[in-house]
Write a protein that binds this ligand. Structure first.
Ligand SMILES: [Zn+2]
Length: 306
């Protein structure tokens, strides 16, 4: 069942169609009196912009309403709820696979770009090796995120296996809870990770990333120390920490760091729209997924060589 993109109240249909497909009427939410989902009429570009701007309504639209069948006023026949639910499940799984493939291709391309721009060709076994590492990292990240998020939801009794939920007051109903599916968690992460990935690919047209995030040009001696400019004496341990951080920063691929941070923040935000978890819980869940991916990456590089 779809939900209101303003207050997440569940609805039967987002819109109604009349004689022709172009003649439609948007549904109005019973609780907040707003249109249920104005994004149904918007072109994909606006939806992409909303996704970049992290508007909550776009997540509710993409996760619950996109592709949900309208009410056909002419025929007046409804598709049974069970069949609608099955179709929705199939659509979500299809989206997860599609976006998963896309992100693996984008990430593999990004990792192979340094070798490609350096003028050397890319061997097939290198392509397969990097592609497999990206795939295994992705699986680890999604598996850890999904397990932790489901455990957090079980603990607060928000999600049960039969997805029935407690009977609650009609006006306090939550469409996100009633229509929740575990596969919505990887789907949210995939939606939010694709924008930074594409941004990184676009930026790489103007910017050549270093061969690896672990190797870069030596740091310049002109690094300005902020702590040494302070009017009072700073403990030497702090100065040392600042130097180490400056060194690490100058050796890192800043665009990589920037887009990863953007991806992490977007994922956290997307999950907060979908789930009732607290901000610190969501942050911990996203971070744990990242750490799992980083750990798997280290192990894979040791096993197959980088
Ligand atoms: Zn509403």
């Amino acid at each position: 069942m779809p939900v209101c993109t303003n207050c997440a109240y569940p609805a039967q249909h987002v819109y109604t169609t009349y004689k022709t497909k172009s003649n439609i009427r948007l549904g109005v939410c019973e609780r907040c009196d707003q249109f249920l989902d104005p994004l149904i009429e918007h072109p994909d570009l606006i939806i992409l912009l909303d996704l970049i701007l992290l508007k909550p309504r776009v997540f509710l639209h993409l996760l619950f309403n996109r592709g949900s069948p309208p009410f056909d006023a002419d025929k007046g026949v409804e598709i049974p709820a069970v069949e609608r639910q099955e179709r929705r499940k199939a659509r979500i799984h299809q989206d997860v696979w599609k976006l998963g493939y896309l992100s693996v291709i984008a990430e593999t391309t990004l990792r192979l770009l340094p070798a490609f721009t350096a003028g050397g060709g890319i061997a097939m076994n290198q392509l397969i090796r990097i592609g497999s590492i990206v795939l295994v990292e992705g699986i680890a990240q999604h598996a850890v995120t999904l397990c932790l998020a489901l455990s957090a939801l079980r603990l607060r009794g928000w999600y049960t296996m039969d997805n029935e939920g407690d009977k609650i007051d009609e006006k306090r109903r939550d469409g996100r809870r009633e229509n929740f599916l575990p596969s919505l968690i990887p789907l949210t992460i995939l939606y939010t990770s694709l924008v930074p990935l594409l941004l990184q690919l676009l930026l790489s047209i103007w910017y050549t990333p270093p061969p690896s995030i672990h190797e870069h040009l030596p740091s310049t001696s002109t690094t300005i120390s902020f702590l040494s400019t302070l009017p009072f004496k700073v403990p030497p341990e702090l100065m040392e920490l600042e130097t180490t951080l400056n060194h690490a920063w100058s050796r890192s691929d800043r665009i990589w760091v920037g887009t990863r941070l953007l991806g992490g923040m977007s994922a956290g935000f997307g999950l907060r729209v979908l789930l009732p978890t607290k901000p610190w819980e969501t942050t911990a869940i996203v971070l744990a997924g990242w750490l799992a991916a980083a750990w798997i990456s280290q192990i894979s590089h040791i096993l197959v060589g980088s």
